[in-house]
Design a protein around this ligand. Structure first.
Ligand SMILES: [Zn+2]
Length: 144
């Protein structure tokens, strides 16, 4: 889905009806915050690492839910399967998380959010591979 800049607000409110969070407030807050997190496209075969020490981090907008931050920033739909392990990302069971990843294991590495299953979200410090989607957009994690 393409978004027309002139109608960006309107489009977002239409789009949110199909989004996981359904929290239009998160989208509104994201626009109002006037932030521009880096977007990094990870393609199939990319090797990434689950970040460590992020448990207390909260996104700069929204109600502390990184998945909602990812949606508001990416304007992408959550994939049906976990990009890393192919587990179904079922909205009803809540088995979808906004996971902090980085491209290497340096503590200084920039952290990005991608949607994954709970299992992959919990693999702190471990390697994850993007194997089950053609591409997934990572959104730079900006903390409150
Ligand atoms: Zn997974």
């Amino acid at each position: 889905m393409q978004f027309d800049t002139a109608n960006r607000n309107k489009d977002i409110f239409i789009a949110t009806d199909n989004f996981y969070s359904m929290k239009k407030k998160t989208f509104k807050d994201f626009l109002a915050a006037n932030i521009n997190p880096e977007k990094k496209l990870f393609t199939k075969g990319a090797i990434v690492y689950n970040a460590e020490g992020t448990a207390a981090d909260e996104p700069i907008v929204g109600d502390g839910v990184w998945l909602e931050y990812w949606e508001a920033a990416s304007l992408k739909a959550i994939p049906d399967k976990c990009p890393c392990c192919n587990e179904p990302l079922d909205r009803n069971s809540g088995n979808i998380h906004g996971t902090h990843i980085q491209i290497n294991q340096s503590v200084l590495a920039k952290r990005f959010i991608i949607p994954t299953c709970a299992g992959c979200n919990g693999k702190h410090g471990q390697q994850l591979n993007i194997n089950y989607v053609d591409e997934i957009l990572g959104i730079e994690a900006i903390n409150k």
